[in-house]
Design a protein around this ligand. Structure first.
Ligand code: ADP
Ligand code: ADP
Ligand code: MG
Length: 454
């Protein structure tokens, strides 16, 4: 096992990883920016190293500073969390070259799955169902139009290097494709540093269903069942749950097999996620592989009883998986609400500030993953997600009922958060009946405008 783990992240996920390390009796090193001197992850870690000024580009994204911090403190492994350098193959490669274990898949796997066009090509070879699309990148608007007529409108323009919902545009017809194509390319260039885009058929009112994967260094690849993440705003997840109301045991088994085949096609090792869309006729299609721990991993943990971060560490240390999904006593239902410091009544405008009050809901069936504490001043530099509220119950109804009372208990005043929106959704008939799709949120946010940038 590792002697010391450096956590190359901040916020709730850094806290999450440090907690897992503590339970494994592995000392931890936090890295933090000058904007994060008062952060919880720094306080909880055994040691901490400042890696630069507040803006992420000067601290959390600087590979050399993080590697230096690991050497300085004698860490022998690095956990990258999600976001930041977690899907940066250069970082994974540098760790390896500098004698550090990167707790995640190989640089080659990150490259193969991070590029959506390349991943689709590999999935085609592996026989995983795909959404009709251009065969590779599309560089002119005329090519985009001819492909769109071949596969049929509506279509999506997607950035090959996209992530976090960035670089995606829906086009209903030729006119909108003409208009959006250059915009999508420049957005891709800015957000992903690569302006390669492709055109894909737009699935109408799909559900987002993803499978958790674990794969070890001994050739065992398993899935841990699905998560449904159909409640999204601007292609970003707001609510996730496990299992999904949309899958029969047979469909779950079929999608699970496809997910394992997808992971094997990129020689996956460690924890990862294979994302699919499910259309209204229950056909499923691969969309992408996320080669890291996912924000919504807790819902899988609650229904499987497994600590996925500990599994990541065990796998990276060379231990073998000695169970399959079928062996696990999976039970109950888990739901996660992402609490963002944004004002849902004011176009989700970020709402930073200092926490005058902090009351975290607790009690039977409640888990909250957060880096907040009373008196904490939220820095303005980082992601607006401040907490993940997770509830668990024997049935979906029970998990929803617990979520209602947990949301009512949550107090982070004076911050404005997405709590009120979540509370409304928990009382909505369609949500209660599991009648959701990726456009469901528009019912609550009618003024939604894709062109309106954050
Ligand atoms: P998940 O699928 O795990 O829910 P998200 O797509 O919500 O993942 O992204 C997880 C985190 O990573 C978010 O904090 C998001 O801001 C960040 N992220 C994802 N892709 C990128 C990217 N290309 N550049 C910067 N941050 C990203
Ligand atoms: P990202 O890397 O930004 O997470 P994804 O390819 O995973 O991008 O897609 C994010 C979301 O965009 C999906 O969950 C879904 O809501 C929507 N989406 C992506 N591709 C399609 C498609 N072909 N048809 C309809 N919706 C799509
Ligand atoms: Mg995705």
């Amino acid at each position: 096992m590792f002697k010391k783990i450096l956590v190359a992240n901040r916020g709730e996920i850094a806290v999450r990883v440090i907690r897992a390390c503590k339970e494994l009796s592995i000392p931890t090193v936090a890295v933090y920016s000058e904007g994060d001197t008062e952060s919880l992850h720094r306080k909880l870690a055994d040691e901490s190293v400042c890696i630069g000024p507040a803006p992420s580009a000067k601290s959390y994204l600087v590979i050399d500073n993080i590697i230096d911090a690991a050497h300085q403190t004698g860490a022998d492994a690095i956990h990258p969390g999600y976001g930041y350098l977690s899907e940066n193959s250069q970082f994974a490669r540098t760790c390896e070259q500098k004698g550090l274990v990167f707790i995640g898949p190989s640089a080659q796997t990150i490259d193969d799955s991070g590029d959506k066009i390349n991943a689709k090509r590999l999935m085609h070879e592996a026989g995983v169902p795909l959404i009709p699309s251009s065969e590779g990148g599309v560089s002119t608007v005329e090519d985009a139009i001819s492909i769109a007529f071949e596969i049929g409108f509506p279509v999506m323009i997607k950035a090959s290097g996209g992530g976090g919902g960035r670089g995606i545009r829906i086009c209903e017809d030729e006119a909108s494709l003409r208009e959006e194509f250059p915009v999508a390319r420049s957005e891709a260039r800015i957000a992903c540093g690569n302006d390669e885009v492709f055109v894909e058929k737009c699935i109408v009112k799909p559900r987002h269903i993803e499978f958790q994967i674990l794969a070890d260094q001994h050739g065992n690849t398993i899935h841990l069942g699905e998560r449904e993440c159909s409640v999204q705003r601007r292609f970003q997840k707001l609510i996730e749950e496990a299992p999904s109301t949309a899958l029969s045991p047979q469909l779950r088994a079929e999608m699970g097999r496809a997910a394992v085949a997808a992971a094997e096609a990129v020689n996956y090792c460690n924890a990862g996620t294979v994302e699919f869309l499910l259309d209204q006729d229950k056909n499923f299609y691969f969309i992408e592989i996320n080669s890291r721990i996912q924000v919504e991993h807790p819902v899988t943990e609650m229904v499987t009883g497994l600590d996925l971060v500990k599994e990541q560490i065990r796998i990276a240390a060379g231990e073998a998986l000695d169970y399959t999904y079928e062996d696990l006593p999976t039970r109950g239902w888990a739901i996660e609400c992402r609490i963002n410091a944004e004002n849902p009544d004011f176009n989700f405008m970020p709402s930073p500030g200092t926490l005058a009050t902090f009351h975290a809901p607790s009690g039977f069936g409640v888990r909250m993953d957060t880096h907040l504490y009373q008196g904490y001043a939220l820095p303005i530099y980082y992601d607006s997600m401040i907490a993940k509220l997770i509830t668990f119950g024997p049935t979906r109804e029970a998990a929803i009922q617990t979520m209602r009372r947990a949301l009512d208990e949550l107090d982070v005043s004076p911050l404005k958060t997405t709590k009120s929106l979540h509370r409304e959704i928990m009382d909505d008939d369609e949500f209660i009946h599991g009648n959701i799709h990726t456009g469901y949120i528009l019912k609550f946010v009618p003024e939604e405008d894709d062109d309106d940038e954050d």
